[in-house]
Design a protein around this ligand. Structure first.
Ligand code: IPD
Ligand code: CA
Ligand code: CA
Length: 263
């Protein structure tokens, strides 16, 4: 892929993300919430409008790019071929509704199945994390470095404890330093990217929850696999871990050993 195309595209996307600094407060001022599958599965006008605005931006400037995103049907999309954007317009919607904090926008750009650009925008704290293939990862434009190895006994682990069976949960608590969960797959992953958490795993993420993490993991030498240690398919997702290399194997070993987890 032409490097200049990628650099120009990255610039345009970061500019687009900063248009949200004006849009999000306006949308929050008129926030209305509906439910999807059950009473915990929320969507708001903020999620829907952000996604619609990005779709409009792509149609206007990059009509050959396709959008695979949470708040739409993706049935007719062949995400492995051509230019594909994966989007979670708000990751952590429950946090947006209940706390007005700890949510982010996730965007990831793939060309013929290869991760080229990634963004996790922590809007409440105005932290924009982005990665460019072969050019590294950044926080608000400052380069991030690969975190130092963190062994399991020193690691904060992040996961939904309600999905882990009792003996395995106990084993994880005993083997690690502590447990924390933010409640946004993107932001829990950011803590691993910045070296604050040892690992984050999610037993049932969707493609948009984990799309951006592939490139951050690649650029920063982190591990990102299924919970069996296998490669992940970005079009399907499924049980996933993003981990500091110092504790990846140890976390997977505990997950395989006992009663394990639910999906
Ligand atoms: C959810 C959040 C949450 C994770 C769920 C996701 P949403 O995304 O990332 O932390 O545990 O699996 O579905 O619904 O807020 O976009
Ligand atoms: Ca999500
Ligand atoms: Ca979402």
């Amino acid at each position: 892929m032409n490097q200049q195309y990628l650099i120009d595209l990255d610039q345009r996307i970061r500019e687009w993300l900063h248009t949200l600094d004006e849009t999000i407060p306006q949308l929050i001022a008129q926030m209305h919430t509906s439910t999807k599958k059950d009473r915990f599965d929320l969507v708001t006008n903020v999620d829907q409008t952000i996604q619609e605005q990005f779709a409009t931006f792509l149609e206007a400037h990059y009509p050959e790019h396709q959008l695979f995103a949470e708040e739409k049907s993706n049935d007719n999309i062949d995400a492995r071929h051509g230019h594909t954007w994966m989007m979670d317009p708000i990751d952590g919607t429950m946090n947006l509704v209940k706390q007005q904090e700890d949510y982010c926008v996730i965007l990831a750009y793939f060309v013929d199945g290869e991760a080229m650009l990634s963004y996790i925008y922590d809007y409440p704290h105005r932290h924009l994390y982005h990665a460019i293939r072969n050019r590294g990862a950044y926080k608000n434009g400052e380069e991030l470095h690969s975190p130092a190895p963190i062994e399991m006994q020193d690691a904060i682990l992040s996961f939904g404890a309600q999905f882990v069976n009792n003996t395995t949960l106990r084993d994880l608590f005993d083997a690690s330093f502590s447990h924390r969960i933010i409640g946004s797959c993107g932001l829990d992953s950011v803590r691993v990217i910045t070296g604050q958490f040892g690992a984050h795993f999610n037993t049932n993420p969707k493609p948009w929850d984990i799309a951006a993490q592939f490139l951050f993991a690649r650029e920063l030498d982190l591990k990102m696999t299924s919970l069996r240690g296998e490669a992940l398919d970005f079009t399907k997702a499924g049980p996933f871990i993003i981990s500091n290399p110092g504790c990846h194997e140890a976390v997977l070993e505990v997950l395989q050993r006992g009663e394990g987890y639910e999906i």
